[in-house]
Design a protein around this ligand. Structure first.
Ligand SMILES: [Zn+2]
Length: 759
């Protein structure tokens, strides 16, 4: 029942614009002759079709000659017999039956002979090196500038290309190469044939002088690169297509085309996902491997857009939104959660900004100029709808939905209702509200969030009191907003205009909103006490808390975020590369999640322009600029090997900030002894972080021996020999690794990754 309800609802809302077509093309068989003398093409199209109703006249689209460009039709045949025709000013070739009706539901074969100079659709020009080339570029409906077709994605058909061209050209086209024959007049014939049905938007040919590089054959599909012969480098620029192919075919389902060719081209787009032979912009080849995301996007279209094709243009998100999210998924797979979140944040920003400029639905049936559909609603918001669906139904079900949808429609067309039906059927959930608010509302959630920490005795504990107000009172969303407080993740159900929550928390943190980048929203956030106790408006909401450490607890930040996310009193744990001594420290100490820490410091001062760090290093206790501190050691990505921990109790932290200043200028403690009025890094913190006068970090007997051994580490033997003192084996002390694992400390962020760190 719910499926039917959803279907009725969306079929009413979507108002599809499929033109009332009177026929279905089953197969195109094009013979085209290309020339070096001029830009005229000579074509013959044999079109197998079926009429839906008997009619005296039916038509195919072809752009008629005006001035210099356009086509002229010389003859038309039906089932081998010459036929009357009329080439209309509406760029349609009308095939007429002067004696009665053409029969319906019976296969007809129409042959159209034509010639002319394509004004668009087939780009005939010099490439960037000045060599003549031909590139089909049909999206969205520019195929009929050079091919007689039904130029709409709903009418997919098999296609054959027989291309006659001067022999110096390498030729690629839709389908598999059946044969290549040299003809007598210095020309060659290339014959390509498809078993699958293609929409006209991705049915093309290319002729140029190419350098062909085979990459690999995966699951029987050869993957290769075709770049202009003149390139000195760049043969491997399209290599990521191999890994992308592997990931998508493993994740979604088998690829349906006979080849995957990456072609340097004259496409007007950055990339054009032509089925089986993707065309990329000319400068994508530069030997620098800079187009991995573009490759992932276009390869994703082979599954979504080409195989599984949208039935009509308002449903373009089924193509572009899917390709965008598939690229995100590939990024997550290859580069991990942080990189994935970064892409999602960027996409979210694009959606929010676009929403302020233009009020439109994702499934937008008001657009006449199809180029307007290439907007963030189709791409980024479409991707975000899939991302939120994944969070709504979970990874397992989400990927099953994607696989099932692909499998069901990979040889045909689908519209939004088909995807919704699949998602509801596989998940067993009523997703009516979900899809209605994300696809059929022009709004995006906009919140005003107000929060403060309450220590009211009646509440027995510290509480985070917060109010989430939906600003669009006429478009209330039903959704979940996550907030991370320390290590507790709360999932807040937002379904009213004003939503109040009371959450049990440790004092002293700031909430992190939507830490895992799961929600498409924007918010103004204020830390401000509000009157929640008066009147009846406060409703204590139930909250759900789940363990947050299935994912890395610490979030990666960079210097630009440090100002927002760091707080005075935060601890900075550093993996220094100081040679044998640092290694000796790290070998006998255990840091948070295995991290090797050899140094620790405190964020002491923050203002708009700078962040200062208090530390014992290089002879004395002193303040250092954060940038200088961070520049000491880098991980493989060039990020500082520094993690950030926070002491949970604000009063301890406040006191520590005052306390630590007392030690400024004191000598560095080379010997590592507690009671000598000189200080090493962790010792400085030991004396600064106090609770009721007592240090919160514990002292343990120190060891200077090699792990699992009775022998001193040679680095320490040398070190203490130079100092002229005995090794203080067994004396009380502490180390950065131990502090990072203290129950008083919560590890929140990291810049880069220290060695040994396990996520
Ligand atoms: Zn695309």
């Amino acid at each position: 029942m719910r499926i039917i309800v959803a279907f009725l609802l969306f079929s009413l809302l979507s108002q599809t614009q499929v033109p009332a077509q009177k026929l279905d093309v089953k197969k195109y068989d094009f013979t085209l002759e290309l020339s070096d003398q001029n830009d005229e093409i000579v074509g013959e199209a044999i079109i197998d079709l079926v009429l839906f109703e008997s009619t005296p006249s039916f038509s195919l689209q072809l752009v008629k000659k005006q001035d210099k460009t356009g086509m002229r039709v010389t003859r038309v045949f039906v089932n081998g017999l010459p036929s009357c025709f009329h080439f209309g000013e509406d760029d349609r070739v009308y095939v007429k039956n002067n004696t009665g009706n053409w029969p319906h539901n019976i296969p007809l074969q129409v042959k159209i002979e034509y010639f002319g100079i394509p004004g668009d659709g087939l780009i005939i020009s010099d490439n960037k090196f000045g060599s003549r080339s031909f590139f089909g570029d049909n999206w969205p409906d520019r195929a009929h500038h050079w091919l007689p077709v039904i130029d709409h994605p709903s009418d997919k058909a098999e296609v054959e290309f027989k291309i006659i061209a001067p022999q110096h050209y390498e030729i690629i086209a839709s389908g598999a190469l059946i044969e290549r024959i040299n003809l007598s007049d210095g020309k060659s014939l290339h014959h390509f044939k498809s078993k699958q049905e293609y929409p006209t938007k991705v049915m093309v040919l290319a002729a140029s002088e190419f350098k062909v590089t085979p990459y690999d054959t995966l699951k029987g599909v050869p993957i290769s690169s075709w770049i202009y012969e003149e390139n000195k480098t760049g043969e491997m620029d399209y290599l990521p297509s191999v890994a992308v192919f592997q990931f998508f075919s493993d994740t979604i389902g088998d690829y349906i085309y006979p080849k995957l060719v990456n072609v340097q081209s004259k496409t007007r787009y950055g990339g054009m996902e032509n089925a089986g032979n993707i065309f990329y912009f000319e400068n994508s080849v530069n030997g620098k491997n800079e187009v991995e995301a573009l490759i992932a996007h276009e390869v994703a279209h082979q599954w979504f857009g080409n195989a599984c094709t949208e039935k009509d243009w308002p449903h373009i998100w089924l193509s572009e939104g899917f390709a965008t999210y598939m690229t995100d998924l590939y990024w997550e797979h290859k580069y991990g959660a942080e990189a994935f979140w970064k892409r999602l944040e960027k996409e979210r920003k694009a959606v929010i900004n676009f929403g302020k400029k233009r009020s439109a639905l994702v499934v937008d049936s008001t657009v006449n100029d199809l180029m307007y559909l290439l907007n963030p609603n189709s791409y980024q918001k479409g991707a975000w709808v899939l991302h939120m669906l994944r969070n709504e139904i979970g990874d397992d079900l989400f990927f099953r939905v994607m696989q099932e949808y692909y499998d069901k429609y990979k040889y045909s067309n689908a519209e939004t209702a088909d995807f919704i039906e699949t998602a509801e059927r596989i998940s067993g959930k009523d997703l009516g509200v979900f899809f209605r608010q994300w696809l059929y509302s022009e709004m995006n959630p906009d919140f005003e969030i107000t929060w403060f920490i309450e220590e009211d005795e009646r509440l027995k504990d510290k509480m985070l009191i917060l109010k989430v107000k939906q600003k669009h009172e006429d478009h209330l969303f039903q959704l979940t907003l996550d907030v991370l407080f320390g290590q507790d993740l709360f999932s807040l159900t937002i379904d009213q205009e004003d939503n109040y929550f009371v959450l049990p928390v440790f004092k002293g943190h700031s909430p992190v909103w939507d830490p895992e980048i799961k929600l498409l929203y924007e918010a103004d956030i204020h830390q401000r006490k509000f009157d929640y106790d008066s009147g009846d408006s406060l409703r204590f909401k139930k909250w759900s808390v789940r363990e947050f450490n299935q994912r890395p607890i610490t979030r990666k930040i960079d210097l630009s975020e440090a100002n927002i996310l760091l707080q005075p009193g935060d601890l900075l744990f550093q993996d220094l590369d100081c040679g044998p001594l640092c290694e000796a420290i790290e070998s006998v100490t255990q840091g948070y999640r295995g991290a090797d820490f050899s140094h620790v410091a405190m964020v002491s001062e923050m203002d708009e322009s700078r962040i200062m760090v208090f530390e014992a290093i290089g002879g004395k206790v002193r303040e250092t600029k954060l940038e200088d501190f961070l520049s000491r050691s880098q991980d493989d990505n060039g990020d500082p090997k520094v993690m950030i921990g926070r002491v949970k109790d604000q009063s301890i932290k406040d006191k520590a900030l005052r306390e630590i200043k007392k030690y400024e200028g004191k000598a560095y403690d080379d010997v590592f002894i507690i009671e000598n009025d000189s200080y090493y890094c962790s010792e400085l913190l030991y004396f600064s972080y106090l609770d009721k006068g007592e240090p919160i970090f514990k002292l343990y007997p120190m060891t200077f021996k090699k792990p699992n051994s009775d022998d001193f580490d040679p680095a320490w033997i040398e070190y203490y020999r130079d100092l002229g003192v005995d090794i203080p084996e067994g004396e009380p002390g502490l180390n950065p690794g131990g502090i990072s694992r203290s129950p008083y400390v919560e590890m929140l962020y990291h810049f880069g990754k220290p060695s040994g760190y396990r996520e």
